[in-house]
Structures are given as structure tokens and as C-alpha cells.
Design a protein around this ligand. Structure first.
Ligand code: NAD
Length: 260
């Protein structure tokens, strides 16, 4: 139980990667805060963790709203006494060629991925400093923090941006024991990816099978999707790694799609 006595707030934890990260952190002993736009799903996940002897609460949070983020963080600190781990994970995908990419979609993407990371970090880091215990900030990046793909101008821009944010947080937070790192998964079969497969097939004029084989998994060493467990285990490793030796880094979990 490496994370006993730790409180971990995970955004976008009502589904997919965030949910699996929360379940893994809870199984390692942390009290997890399931923060999501979708409160009903967040409550279901929290109740299931509790039913399996874990510690979890659900919090409604739209990460693009400073008010909502501050309220959710304040509520968590009031209930649980502090926050030791932030997993900034909430995200969506909108694919389109740049000439057709609606400005409103671009702004929505940057708001969820970058404003969300900034606002949650800003709200949480104060409590990490005040506790004198420091903490771990983990951003959910992507192979697209390092590589580009067609149709993903906003996503690639946002995921690259997280590397910069993590490095600044690592420098500012280091002297006070706060580490910041980015986990960069390859494609993982979640609702976000399942929705994208037919959209990419249409935009690229190829079949869904070709999207999977020739677009998503083409550059991997074995043609395999990255699993939810692969990503959650990496997040848990970073959450439990308590020295500044590992900060300001990105860890790519992608079946060799991107090698750094
Ligand atoms: P998902 O769609 O399964 O889950 C995303 C969750 O985020 C949902 O519960 C949704 O309600 C929540 N959410 C959306 N907007 C929100 C907002 N404004 N405020 C709070 N919560 C919000 O997606 P996923 O595949 O698990 O993706 C999670 C993260 O992992 C994203 O940042 C994504 O970019 C990243 N990622 C995914 C993959 C992949 O292949 N699935 C690969 C690399 C990185």
C-alpha cells in the first residue's frame, strides 16, 4: 500500500484512462477523488471503489471553469485534509483538417486540455505547499506530446503544451517538494478512441480497420494498443516516486510508437 495516507485527485476519472488511474491509486492505498464533468458516472466509479474496500469520493468538476475547479479542490481539502497527488487527465478529442477546424472547437480543446491543467495545478499546488509535504502532479499527455498526426492540430498543440507546463511546475515546485511529470500513452481503447475511429475513416477516406492498423498502430513495435493498466501503473509509479530525481520528465507508454 505505497500510497496509504495520500489523497489523489484525478480529473476525468469517470471514464477510460482516468477511471483506471483512480482505481489503481485506490488499490495502492490512496483516497481518490473522482473529479469529472459527469457527476453521475463519477459517483458510480467512487461507489464501486468503496464497495471493493477502497476509499473514494466523487466531485463535480468542469476543469475549464476556474470557479468549479476552485470549489472542487476546496471541497476536497475540507473533506480530506489536503491533496498529495493531482492527475490532470480530463480530455476530449475533436478531429478535422485545419482548414475545416472550427475556431470554437480549437478553443474548446485548448480550454479542456490546457486551461484544465493550469487551473487544477494552480488550485492544488497551494495546498501541496501549505502541507510542507510536497506532492506529485501528473499530466496526461500523449505520444502527441512528441509527435504530430493529421487532423489533430488542437490536440497536438495542447499535448505539446503540457510538456512546457510540467517543466515550469517542476522548476517552481522542486524546492518545495512538488514534482511534475507527463505520462504519454499511445492509443488506448477508450470511448475517446472508439469515437475517433469512424471519424478518422471518414476524414481520410479509408476503412475503420485501416485507421486502426495503418494510422493508430502502424508505428508500434507489435501492432498492439496500449492498455489501461499500462497507463495506470505508470501514473501510480510516478505518484509514489517521492524524490525530485524524477521531475520535469515525460514517460512514453506506447508499444514503441515513439522512442525518445
Ligand atoms: P474518455 O472519453 O474515456 O474519458 C474522458 C473523461 O473526461 C470523461 O469522463 C469526461 O466526462 C471527462 N471530461 C471531459 N471534459 C471534461 C471537463 N471539461 N471537465 C472534467 N471532466 C471532463 O477519454 P480517455 O481516452 O480516457 O482520455 C483521458 C485522457 O487521456 C485525455 O487527456 C486524453 O487526451 C488522454 N489520452 C488518451 C489516449 C487514448 O488513446 N485513449 C491516448 C493518449 C492520451
Amino acid at each position: 500500500m505505497a500510497l496509504n495516507d495520500k489523497v489523489a485527485l484525478v480529473t476525468g476519472a469517470a471514464s477510460g484512462i482516468g477511471e483506471q488511474c483512480a482505481r489503481k491509486l485506490a488499490s495502492d492505498g490512496a483516497t481518490v477523488v473522482i473529479a469529472d464533468l459527469n457527476l453521475a458516472n463519477a459517483q458510480n466509479v467512487a461507489e464501486d471503489i468503496v464497495a471493493n474496500d477502497g476509499k473514494a469520493v466523487a466531485v463535480a468538476m468542469d476543469v475549464t471553469s476556474e470557479e468549479a475547479v476552485n470549489a472542487g479542490v476546496a471541497d476536497t481539502v475540507n473533506q480530506l485534509g489536503g491533496i498529495d497527488v493531482l492527475v490532470s487527465n480530463a480530455g476530449i478529442q475533436i478531429v478535422n483538417r485545419i482548414e475545416d477546424y472550427a475556431f470554437s472547437d480549437w478553443k474548446k480543446m485548448l480550454a479542456i486540455h490546457l486551461d484544465g491543467a493550469f487551473l487544477t495545478t494552480k488550485a492544488v499546488i497551494k495546498h501541496m505547499y501549505a502541507s510542507n509535504k510536497g506532492g506529485a502532479v501528473i499530466y496526461m499527455g500523449s505520444v502527441h506530446s512528441h509527435e504530430a498526426s493529421q487532423l489533430k492540430s488542437a490536440y497536438v498543440t495542447a499535448k505539446h503544451g503540457l510538456l512546457g507546463l510540467a517543466r515550469v511546475v517542476a522548476k517552481e515546485g522542486g524546492p518545495r517538494g512538488v514534482r511534475a511529470n507527463v505520462v504519454c500513452p499511445g492509443f488506448v481503447r477508450t470511448p475517446l478512441v472508439n469515437k475517433q475511429i469512424p471519424e478518422q475513416a471518414k476524414a481520410l477516406g479509408i476503412s475503420e480497420q485501416q485507421v486502426v492498423k495503418d494510422v493508430m498502430l502502424k508505428e508500434t513495435v507489435d501492432g498492439e494498443f496500449t492498455s489501461l493498466a499500462d497507463v495506470a501503473n505508470t501514473v501510480a509509479f510516478l505518484a509514489g516516486f517521492e524524490s525530485n530525481a524524477l521531475t520535469g520528465q515525460s514517460i512514453v507508454v506506447s508499444h514503441g510508437w515513439f522512442m525518445q
